[in-house]
Write a new protein. Structure first.
Ligand code: HEM
Length: 447
């Protein structure tokens, strides 16, 4: 239904029961059970629901129609920068996701050059040795904390692929960098939103400085020599008409890219480990595919891993690493017949859409075949499956992410087998991106 065929109405008022605590509003309800909160609002208010967070009335966009309208952004009413910077603060300052409209288009055109197929092919070749080195220290056991080890692994991979190995940096320094990234990401959930010591935001201010200094130290060497790590690529890429990034652009984009690449891939891989650990049949099926390839498959071979791809899509549906997107209206607009005034903070419930019975059969059930040809439930609506977002800000790293996740799974399946209690439900921390608080224990053994 288009907005024109609907009778326009205003964003409804929030019912008393839904107001939450003074000022912080529904933040705690979100952190306890985000999908439950979104479902209640969908049932009470429909696809454009009111909400209240951090002293502001906000609009919750629910379901693929409402989310799709905001992602397509036909009237350019929705901006990313003023919305995401309220969440992640100044810590991902001028990352690609935080800039808008013409400026975003210009930066994205340059960055696209870092994600062409030949570049991805080059990154894939670097992936295998980096994964092999990262997994060399793994000690299998009955209580192997998969999430924590995968987080370290993806950081090690990022140090190699993004930084060219950061050779002059000691493991202790890399550990400090890892902690700095985590501090920046976790700032999203801070209640005190200022540079106050011992708060999430206070820690993130210091962390951003650590990251900037770290990258600035490497910048001259990367400018001087063109290598195939992403840092060097960002220093050297240019569009056909000669547009390239300044030093500040390179640093801002690097900090955002490393953050964007690191946590999201870890969440995806660890969710896949859990689901495969609980379903030995699927694990065997994926292992057979991995064993059919050599130890270091090229990009096209990784792309041919059909079962692993189905499992990855299903993991991204059930545990979307970015469960909610945010936008800020820069002018009055209408979504699904509801007027949203300028200067409104909006949330787009991607994870909620992934679990709607209107678009998915038994949505809570792990069923990778729903993505197989012949079923393709993700095509029930153009925006039914949107773990990478949509529109002009759609994840620029989605192909890279797929290659990284598949390369990790490929090596894991060839070298190890694992199990997880079928009744295990990951206790997710929902403060920022959802991760298992218990580090996700699995029983891991070598093949
Ligand atoms: C499973 C892994 C990943 C998931 C689920 C994911 C998800 C997303 C989502 C939902 C957005 C849209 C944000 C918005 O519209 O506001 C996004 C944007 C972005 N992602 Fe990813 N991402 C992943 C991996 C990566 C990787 C590996 C990279 C880089 C190598 C990356 C770089 C980016 C960048 C730069 C943007 C901003 C794009 C723009 O604004 O034009 N992501 N990602």
């Amino acid at each position: 239904m288009t907005a024109e065929t609907l009778q326009l109405r205003d964003l409804p008022d929030l019912r008393r029961d839904d107001r939450g605590l003074p000022w912080i509003g529904q933040i705690l309800a979100y952190q306890r059970d985000p999908v439950g909160l979104y479902r209640r609002h969908w049932e009470h208010y429909g696809p454009v629901a009111p909400s209240h967070m951090l002293g502001k009335k906000t609009a919750m966009l629910l379901g693929p129609d409402a989310c799709g309208e905001a992602l397509q952004n036909r009237d350019k009413a929705f901006a990313n920068g003023p919305a995401w910077s309220q969440l992640v603060g100044p810590f991902f300052h001028r990352g690609l996701m935080l800039i808008d409209f013409e400026e975003h288009r210009d930066h994205r055109r340059i960055m696209q050059e870092a994600f062409t197929r030949p570049r991805l092919d080059g990154y894939t070749r670097r992936l295998h040795p980096a994964i092999e080195r990262g997994m060399a220290s793994w000690e299998p056991g009955l209580q192997f904390r998969a999430y924590r080890r995968l987080k370290q692994l993806t950081l090690d991979i990022a140090a190699d692929l993004f930084m060219g190995g950061a050779r002059e940096t000691s493991p202790a320094e890399m550990d400090r960098i890892n902690r700095a990234f985590i501090a920046c990401v976790q700032a999203a959930a801070g209640i005190v939103r200022a540079d106050v010591p011992l708060t999430r935001w206070g820690r993130a201010y210091r962390a951003r400085k650590v990251l900037e200094n770290f990258l600035r130290g490497y910048l001259p060497a990367r400018r001087a020599e063109a290598t195939d790590d992403i840092f060097s690529v960002l220093c050297h890429i240019e569009t056909d008409d000669g547009e390239r990034f300044s030093d500040d652009d390179v640093i801002n984009h690097m900090i955002f890219l490393m953050m964007a690449a690191h946590d999201t891939s870890t969440i995806t891989t660890s969710a896949m480990l859990q689901y495969l650990g609980q379903r030995p049949g699927w694990q065997d099926r994926c292992r057979a595919e991995a064993l059919a390839l050599g130890p270091s498959p090229a990009m096209a071979e990784l792309e041919s891993l059909v079962s692993i791809d189905l499992v990855m899509r299903e993991a991204l549906r059930l545990r979307a690493p970015v469960p909610v997107l945010v936008r800020h209206t820069v002018k009055d607009t209408v979504v699904q017949g509801v007027r949203i005034p300028a200067d409104t903070f909006c949330t787009l419930g991607l994870q909620f859409t992934h679990l709607m019975e209107e678009y998915w059969t038994n949505p809570m059930v792990f069923d990778p075949e729903r993505f197989a040809p012949g079923r393709r439930e993700d095509r029930s609506h153009r925006f039914a499956w949107e773990p990478f977002g949509g529109g002009v800000h759609k994840c620029i790293g989605l192909h890279f992410a797929g290659l990284e996740v598949k390369a990790i799974m490929h090596r894991l399946l060839r070298g190890y087998h694992w199990s997880v209690d079928p009744g295990y439900v990951a206790p997710l921390d929902q403060h920022s991106l959802p991760f298992p608080k218990d580090g996700q224990p699995i029983a891991l053994a070598r093949n």
